[in-house]
Design a protein around this ligand. Structure first.
Ligand code: GTP
Ligand code: MG
Length: 195
């Protein structure tokens, strides 16, 4: 899919203040620093559409971007970041869950996980929650440019196998690198099919 136009629309703390749910929407979630904002920029061929940082906890609001005047991409804050105060984490958690539970135009949630690390409890719990709430999601393994060539895909396969016990049907997954543009076509094609 060709991205002809990508523009920032609005940032919100509250789900009910988000733009009217009249267009298909795709949101990006995952632990802080996993690369959500960088991936949105990569998909949109932009360096600074979404704000990124090497310090975890950069994205703190629900950010809507309008793509080709016909669908939304949404950048969300990270979950499970230990250095954020407990009260703040609970606030983020509630904001995210309110958003996910009420956005009737959410076509798919992309849950990002770092391709270099073992399955994390916070990610597995979050996936379980999404299953219970019947929110459709896919996985995206990020930062594959940082993987050593040998054995890299085995790591991802092992990750998927570990989900087997929990899920009757495994979620679809993509591999990505915001640095190298890996996965861009596949993810955009997936979105185009649903749109
Ligand atoms: P929060 O908003 O804090 O939750 O983080 P985020 O998930 O939006 O991560 P962000 O996109 O800000 O990226 C975090 C750090 O990872 C930055 O230093 C990025 O440059 C780096 N990064 C993101 N994606 C990639 C990637 O594909 N490859 C490499 N090498 N670095 C990446
Ligand atoms: Mg971010």
């Amino acid at each position: 899919m060709l991205i002809k136009e990508a523009r920032f629309l609005v940032s919100n703390q509250k789900a009910d203040k988000c733009p009217p749910p009249k267009m298909p929407e795709y949101a990006f979630i995952g632990r802080s620093n996993v690369g959500k904002s960088s991936l949105i920029n990569m998909l949109c061929n932009s360096k600074k559409l979404a704000k990124t940082s090497s310090t975890p906890g950069k994205t703190q609001l629900i950010n809507h971007f309008l793509i080709n005047q016909s669908w939304y991409l949404v950048d969300l804050p990270g979950y499970g970041y230990a250095k954020v105060a407990k009260t703040q984490r609970a606030k983020f958690g509630k904001m995210i869950m309110d958003y996910l539970a009420t956005r009737e135009n959410l076509m798919c949630l992309f849950i990002l996980v770092d391709s270099r690390i073992e399955p994390q409890t916070s990610d597995l719990e979050f996936m379980r929650k999404m299953g219970e709430a019947q929110i459709p999601f896919c996985l995206i393994f990020t930062k594959v440019d940082k993987l050593k060539k040998q054995g890299s895909l085995q790591l991802i396969e092992k990750y998927m196998q570990s989900l087997n016990d929990d899920w009757e049907e495994l979620p679809q997954y993509f591999i990505s690198s915001a640095e190298k543009g890996t996965g861009r076509e596949e993810i955009l094609q997936f979105i185009e099919q649903i749109n």
